[in-house]
Design a protein around this ligand. Sequence first.
Ligand SMILES: Nc1ncnc2c1ncn2[C@@H]1O[C@H](COP(=O)(O)OP(=O)(O)O)[C@@H](O)[C@H]1O
Ligand SMILES: [Mg+2]
Length: 256
Amino acid sequence: MNLLRVEGMTKRFGGLVAVNDVSFSVDEGEVVGLIGPNGAGKTTVFNLITGNYIPDQGQVLFDGASIKGLRTHKIVDAGIARTFQTIRLFQKMSVLENVLAGQHCRMTTGIFGAFLQSPKARAEEQAALDLALEELEFVGLRHEANNLASNLSYGNQRLLEIARALATKPRLLILDEPAGGMNHQETDALLELIRKLRDRGITVFLIEHDMSLVMQACDKLVVLEYGCKIAEGDPESVKNNPKVIEAYLGPDDDEE
Ligand SMILES: Nc1ncnc2c1ncn2[C@@H]1O[C@H](COP(=O)(O)OP(=O)(O)O)[C@@H](O)[C@H]1O
Ligand SMILES: [Mg+2]
């Protein structure tokens, strides 16, 4: 079943067509990679799905319903969480506080409930805390809960962003270059984590330049070049697709 379906999506910035009539789908339970050269429009596609940008044309369907034009927090409520290409953490807050901050949109009691310390507010706070610690455990950062985010290694900051996203209980997790800045060991651990996410039934849609990670982690790849989709399919067929090879290696000039 299609969990996410993008149809004929176009986004222009002035005269630049950053995303050009792109269609693809992500099935429930899959790990799908979005790849392509720098500037191909990958992050823009993510921003169009998560409500950071509104498409000029096209549709975004999540679980069969249109989410086009919804505010970002409504899209989180619908079950889509993300991380960013450039890490966005509260550096001066603790690791745990960073995860709790991500959950705030999910709480129903609001500021007055919290202020009055109503039983419902207290129960909600406890549940948020339990969930935050659970997700920190899941990404392997439980022991860093009280450390400042700024004290974490770059790789661990990326994991913290994943924990924060998970604490919103997404069905679809969108990761923009999760291995960016990671060393080999951290990238191997990330691959394990992506597999654990799939085992949990969370659908993963990721942008990544590390081809070894992409080939091992993904069930399917979507390839963009200059805003257009040039290929979609299983990693092996995409890897051998002449258009994809040309996009990555440049035109073949052997014949000249
Ligand atoms: N907010 C924006 N305003 C103007 N141009 C943008 C904006 N965001 C992205 N672009 C342009 O759109 C193109 C695609 O960018 P992006 O989606 O970030 O590519 P990728 O993630 O594949 O490297 C680039 O040419 C980029 O400069
Ligand atoms: Mg990008």
